[in-house]
Design a binder for this molecule. Structure first.
Ligand code: SAH
Ligand code: SF4
Ligand code: F3S
Length: 439
């Protein structure tokens, strides 16, 4: 029996696609191994959102050369976003001629055929550089995510933020039909999954490409009406499309978590405009205020980027001001990384020293806020879905509050998958600690 090992980089979309790759391989009779040394097939599911993500993948693919020398039957496949960049697949093969298969994000379903063909031929490339094509990506799924199940509601992105490579490597927005998504969620709940995370680059524009009037708020309503004890999360929201109706649906729902990932990117209108984000700071704060007014217990998280071309010290200060106003429960902070082929890559760049100073200050600011918000949880009791053991503290398990905060408590692995009422007793920066309340 063949053995496979998958290395995944990038976002949840990729994590879920690795489950689809595994699904196809398991159908072919492969089984998973945890180390590349044992594998007959190693798959790299790549990301190209920032230079660091690409460098890491390149480094790790390069490191496989000796393994391939030792075992000439070993197959190496490189898939995912990196391969969809213009000419990237040829560049990849000339740098690493020992790679057997290069497969794009829109051609994943071809993996079984390529594995077969490859036994007779040299290196194979199957990427799709035409982003308007809509191949079917409904593949078998080998789920690895425990209590949570990912469900794609749409693929691709139409937004073309000027810094971002995603629309070029993932193609245009394609929504799955509402009935199909609802049926998937229903099936997963009946299989015992306690948390469903709906995935899309911009979930709020769900349905805009469908002709039946489906939209994200309606989809949430339909899912929320399914019976059972389960939670629904979703990502990512785009502030230009996240509307009051969606907030109302979440606020009045029984299953949709009060946890909203609403990436702001920057707190300066000038920078937002040049990023092509299509909202202003004022509009962003207005929707945040509305969310907080409807859901005082909400956890709002964000992606924030510093060092976008032309970002002045005043622009950066505006970003810090916004962070102080919103008080995110957590924020992913990034240093702008020029991506070839995107408009921002040709704009005048900021020096590395300035970027370093700004990211340090921003991270410090956000850490202080996260810590303050954590302390506010102490003494309160929250429902926590136990997701895993916490390997850092033997004898403990961990899970999330509805608002998305991670809580660790004493307990055994048989609690995984249960909803517990937990009293928070301690906070350490982003981490919360608590104890189970006996019924
Ligand atoms: N669709 C989502 C997430 C896309 S990628 C959204 O629109 O928010 C995740 C995050 O990576 C982005 O939110 C952005 O903050 C960051 N990112 C994207 N391109 C980047 C680049 N060129 N350099 C640095 N960070 C980037
Ligand atoms: Fe990239 Fe913008 Fe699309 Fe998000 S919305 S994937 S940041 S282009
Ligand atoms: Fe990376 Fe592709 Fe996701 S570029 S962030 S893996 S959509």
């Amino acid at each position: 029996m063949y053995k496979y090992h998958i290395v995944t980089y990038g976002c949840q979309m990729n994590v879920h696609e690795s489950e689809k790759i595994a699904g196809m391989l398991v159908e072919l009779g492969y089984h998973a191994v945890s180390s590349p040394e044992e594998a007959d097939l190693i798959v790299f599911n790549t990301c190209c959102i920032r230079d660091t993500a690409e460098k890491r993948a390149y480094g790790n693919i390069g490191a496989l050369k000796p393994l391939k020398k030792k075992n000439p039957d070993l197959m190496i496949a490189v898939v995912g976003c990196m391969t969809q960049q213009k000419n990237a697949s040829n560049a990849l093969l000339s740098k690493f001629p020992f790679v057997d298969i290069v497969l794009g994000t829109n051609s994943l379903d071809q993996l079984p055929i390529l594995l077969q063909e490859k036994r007779q031929k040299g290196s194979l490339i199957r990427v799709n550089e035409d982003p308007t094509v809509d191949p079917s990506l409904e593949l078998p799924i080998y789920r690895t995510s425990g209590t949570n199940a990912w469900v794609n509601i749409m693929y691709g992105c139409n937004n073309f933020c000027t810094y971002c490579i995603v629309p070029y490597v993932r193609g245009r927005e394609r929504s799955r039909s509402l009935e199909e998504v609802v049926a998937d969620v229903k099936q997963l709940i009946s299989e015992g999954y306690k948390e469903i995370t709906l995935l899309g680059q911009n979930v709020d524009s769900y349905g805009h490409d469908l002709s039946d009037g489906s939209d994200f708020a309606t989809l949430l309503q339909r899912i929320d009406a399914l019976p059972g004890k389960y939670r629904v999360r979703f990502m990512t929201s785009h502030p230009k499309d996240f509307d009051r109706r969606t907030v109302d649906v979440i606020a009045s729902s029984s299953h949709i978590c009060h946890n909203i990932h609403l990436p702001v990117q920057a707190g300066s209108n000038d920078v937002l405009k040049r990023m092509n984000r299509k909202y202003t700071v004022e509009q962003y704060l207005e929707i945040v205020d509305y969310i907080k007014s409807k859901m005082p217990d909400v956890g709002i998280t964000s992606d924030i980027m510093i060092g976008f071309p032309g970002e002045s010290e005043a622009d950066f200060e505006s970003t810090c001001d916004l962070v102080k106003k919103v008080r995110y429960s957590n924020a992913f902070t990034f240093v702008y990384s020029p991506r070839k082929g995107t408009p921002a890559a040709t704009m005048e760049q900021i020096s590395a020293a300035v970027k370093k100073s700004r990211i340090t200050r921003l991270v410090q600011l956000q850490n202080d806020i996260t810590k303050e918000l954590s302390e506010g949880y102490i003494g309160g009791t929250y429902e926590v879905l136990i997701e895993d053991v916490n390997p850092k503290y033997p004898g403990t398990v961990c899970g999330r509050t509805d608002s998305g905060r991670l809580v660790t408590l004493t307990g055994s692995p048989d609690l995984i998958g249960s909803f517990l009422m937990v009293k928070i007793t301690k906070a350490r920066s982003a981490a919360l600690f608590g104890e189970m309340i006996k019924e």
